[in-house]
Design a protein around this ligand. Structure first.
Ligand code: 7PJ
Length: 266
C-alpha cells in the first residue's frame, strides 16, 4: 500500500505535492502512477494529517483534497484506492468516486461513520489509536498493550458486524505510533501473529515512523533502511498489507522474504 498524502503538513512527506496553497493534481497522479509501476496494489489517499500536534481541518478542506484525486486516479489507474478518513461524508463521496477501501485511524468511531461505511459495502481497515492525534504521544499508557489493542479491535469488529459489515470485509491494524511508546510499538510488532489469528488481514504502517527516530536517532529523511527492516519483520509475523511511502524498495524487501518462503515449498 503506497501512501499519497494530500496534506500540506504531513510529517513524512509534507507538502511535496503542493504548489503554493494548491494540491497539484498532475504531480499527485504522477506519484500514484509511479507507485503502481513499482508494485503498489493499493494506494492510500489521506487528507487529514494525524501527526502529533497537526492542525485540525474542516470537512470541506478534506473533501476538496481527497475526492477529486480519488476520482482522477480511479479513472486513470488500475489500482485499489484506499481513503484514509474518519469522516462519514468523505467515506460516502470517496466510494462514489471509485474508492475500494476505507482506512479509518479512528476505527469508525465518529458519529455516523459505521452507517456510512456499511452503506458503501466497501472493505474497512480498523485501526487502534489511544487518545487523539494532538496529544496521543504525550504519555501513552497501557497495563497490557497487546491485550488492550486486540480487545479494542475485536470490540470494533463486533460493532461493525452489528451494523451489517461482515468480518470478511474487515482488516485490522494495531496503529503503530498512534498513542504508543517505542516499547509499546515493539511489543505490538512481536505480537502480530496473535492479531492475525482472528482471520482478518492485518495491515501495518511503520514506514518512517518516529520509533525509528527514537531508537536509531535518524531524521525522517534517513529512515528508509529501518522501515524496510520493519516491513519484512511485519510480513514475517503475518501482516498482509504494508503501508509505505517507499513502494519500490519495500516491494523488493518483501519479495526477498516471499522468495525465501516459497523455496521451502519446492
Ligand atoms: C497509519 C495510517 C497506519 C493505517 C497513518 C503516517 C501517519 N493508517 N495512517 N495505519 N498511519 N491504517 O503516515 O505515518 O499506521 S498517517
Amino acid at each position: 500500500m503506497g501512501v499519497i498524502n494530500t496534506t500540506p503538513d504531513s510529517f513524512s512527506d509534507g507538502g511535496t505535492l503542493y504548489q503554493g496553497e494548491q494540491l497539484n493534481m498532475d504531480l499527485a497522479l504522477r506519484r500514484a502512477t509511479d507507485m503502481v509501476a513499482q508494485g503498489a496494489a493499493v494506494l492510500d489517499i489521506g487528507g487529514e494529517s494525524t501527526r502529533p500536534g497537526a492542525a485540525a481541518i474542516t470537512l470541506e478542506q478534506e473533501m476538496q483534497r481527497v475526492v477529486p484525486l480519488v476520482e482522477r486516479i480511479s479513472a486513470e489507474l488500475d489500482v485499489v484506492i484506499s481513503v484514509d478518513t474518519s469522516a462519514p461524508e468523505v467515506m460516502t463521496a470517496a466510494a462514489s468516486a471509485g474508492a475500494g477501501l476505507i482506512n479509518d485511524v479512528r476505527a469508525l468511531s465518529r458519529a455516523g461513520a459505521l452507517q456510512a461505511a456499511a452503506a458503501t459495502e466497501l472493505p474497512v481497515c480498523l485501526m487502534h489509536m489511544q487518545g487523539q492525534p494532538a496529544t496521543m504521544q504525550a504519555a501513552p499508557d497501557y497495563a497490557d498493550v497487546v491485550g488492550e489493542v486486540e480487545a479494542f479491535l475485536l470490540q470494533r469488529v463486533a460493532a461493525c458486524e452489528t451494523q451489517g459489515i461482515p468480518r470478511q470485509r474487515l482488516l485490522l491494524d494495531p496503529g503503530f505510533g498512534f498513542g504508543k511508546s517505542v516499547a509499546h510499538n515493539l511489543q505490538l510488532l512481536r505480537a502480530l501473529p496473535r492479531l492475525a489469528q482472528h482471520g482478518m488481514p492485518v495491515l501495518v504502517g511503520l514506514s518512517r515512523k518516529s520509533l525509528i527516530g527514537k531508537l536509531l536517532g535518524r531524521d525522517v529523511t534517513q529512515r528508509l533502511p529501518a522501515s524496510l527492516s520493519l516491513a519484512v519483520l511485519a510480513a514475517e509475523r503475518g501482516a498482509s498489507i504494508i503501508r509505505t511511502h517507499d513502494v519500490a524498495e519495500t516491494a523488493d524487501a518483501v519479495a526477498m522474504w516471499v522468495a525465501m518462503q516459497e523455496a521451502g515449498e519446492i
